[in-house]
Design a protein around this ligand. Structure first.
Ligand SMILES: *[C@@H]1O[C@H](CO)[C@@H](O)[C@H](O)[C@H]1NC(C)=O
Length: 160
């Protein structure tokens, strides 16, 4: 029996089912069990968030969206554990559509959020962007790689 016919065989499918059952059962039990530490639950607007950071001055979590853009999850002062929070989109740049938002850093002294942006699938564009934490205006967008390969400051209002 060759490799190809083994992969297609019932025995292989049964084996794959048995092998995957253990990690799947473990994930299900993790999802259903009550955590011993404090947990914030929220309803997201997408399926994958690459990075999440706490913005202390504004009492909210900020998340970067793999499908592009930034979301916020405000946490009210009187938040009771068990209350489900709601994600809201705060940044969605049309000129960066198709690119993923990856790592983020909250920069309180400059009241800005730094965002690593990348074309994850085609790997043809990477950039660093900064957004004002109050207005969500883009402060700058610096291309790191892609067409032209040049470092291109679109607008610079960076305070030092
Ligand atoms: C990512 O953004 C750049 C800059 O605006 C754009 O040229 C490029 O087409 C975008 N990538 C994808 C995959 O859409």
């Amino acid at each position: 029996m060759g490799t190809a016919s083994f992969v297609c065989s019932t025995k292989f499918l049964l084996l794959a089912l048995v092998v995957s059952a253990v990690p799947v059962a473990f994930i299900i039990s993790l999802e259903r069990s009550k955590s011993s530490t404090h947990v914030y639950e929220y309803h997201g607007l997408g399926w994958l968030r690459e990075s999440g950071k706490w913005d202390d001055a504004n009492r909210r979590f900020l998340v970067s969206n793999l499908e592009g853009g930034i979301g916020q999850i405000p946490v009210p002062e009187d938040h009771a554990s068990g209350t489900v929070l709601q994600e809201q989109t705060v940044v969605r740049d049309a000129d960066l559509a198709g690119n993923a938002s990856l790592g983020i850093v909250v920069d309180p002294p400059r009241n800005r959020l730094l965002v690593a942006i990348s074309d994850l699938i085609g790997n043809r564009y990477t950039a660093l962007a900064a957004y004002d934490l109050t207005s969500w205006n883009r402060l700058f967008l610096t291309q790191l790689s892609g067409k032209g390969q040049s470092v291109d400051l679109v607008s610079s209002s960076v305070r030092s």
